[in-house]
Design a protein around this ligand. Structure first.
Ligand SMILES: [Zn+2]
Length: 309
């Protein structure tokens, strides 16, 4: 199973693991895309992981599952197990991990990654309690609600209250949180949302505004300027009013937008993503270009690095 995943990964790296460079007047910022809402962002001094989810479990059945994926199927009531061999090939160090919310495709690999890197983790009380369950010490954890603006050495991050994607055709609501430490290891279904956040991460010469979902609270973004927006890609089936228009307006048409969380994260790296790109990603790119012609939309490739000078 792991051999298959690694083989695909190596092939994929060979084919697509190249860098896209955008020229500007500052030190380079490097953003590597892990798929789902996962990123590694570094300015050469500080390395920040955002929702790093690499295991990409084969969850359930249905159109998101590839017949070529020979891995065992995982159900929501199964214990989540990280693909540590794969993670070890892709992540060796980090200073910070920012977690938007606690669903498995954002948090489930963070216990292992926090342990091997010793990175400081910024996330909700629920995120921190799940990490405590896996033995991550309090010194590593920064529980936040939204509104905090923390200065660290060579890095600062503003935490912005947000809301989750309107799943289930706008019937989604989940107010559960972990006010106490749950029992580890958790089932996939036990990675509850626990509230949603956005982050404004300030690097040496660039600010990056990050999203982990396809939703936002307009009043919380007012006045928050950024040159780079990592934007959740929303399509009409999620049923929000003028999502692209409102997002661009409230963020004042960022110079660079990088779409996130648009891929099928139930298949391993190297599996085709063209269909979902055509139905979600490219229409978003084209709409943004139409609404804000000055904005550069950079399409990320799995495990490819975007370099912003
Ligand atoms: Zn979620």
């Amino acid at each position: 199973m792991r051999f298959t995943t690694l083989s695909c990964l190596l092939l994929f790296l060979f084919a697509f693991g190249n860098a896209t460079t955008v020229t500007a007047q500052s030190d380079p910022l490097k953003l590597k895309y892990f798929g789902a809402a996962g990123w590694e962002i570094t300015d050469g001094t500080i390395k920040v992981l955002v929702d790093p989810y690499l295991t990409r479990i084969k969850l359930g059945t249905g159109p998101s599952i590839s017949p070529d994926d020979t891995r065992a199927t995982v159900e929501r009531e199964d214990i989540f197990v990280s693909d540590t061999l794969l993670i070890d090939t892709l992540i060796t160090d980090a200073d910070f991990i920012l977690v938007h919310h606690s669903h498995f495709d954002h948090l489930a690999d963070v216990p292992y990654i926090a342990r091997i890197t010793g990175a400081k983790v910024v996330g909700t009380e629920t995120t921190c309690n799940i990490l405590r369950a896996y033995g991550i010490p309090d010194e590593q954890l920064y529980p936040v609600k939204g509104g905090e603006d923390y200065q660290f050495d060579n890095f600062s991050v503003r935490v912005i209250p947000s809301i989750h994607s309107a799943l289930n055709a706008k019937h989604y609501i989940d107010n559960r949180t972990y006010a106490e430490v749950p029992k580890a290891p958790l089932k996939v279904s036990e990675f509850i949302e626990g509230g949603s956040l956005m982050f404004k991460a300030r690097f040496a010469n660039h600010d990056v505004l990050t999203m982990g979902s396809m939703n936002f609270v307009e009043r919380e973004l007012q006045g928050i300027e950024t040159d780079i927006l990592i934007a959740g890609v929303n399509r009409s089936q999620l049923g929000l009013y003028k999502y692209d228009e409102r997002l661009l307006k409230v963020t004042n048409n960022p110079k660079i937008i990088i779409p996130t969380h648009w891929d099928n994260f139930r298949v391993p790296y190297g599996f085709p993503q063209q269909e979902i790109a055509e139905s979600k990603l490219f229409p978003f790119r084209d709409h943004v270009k139409h609404l804000s012609p000055e904005t550069k939309v950079i399409i990320p490739q799995h495990l490819g690095t975007i370099v912003i000078e």
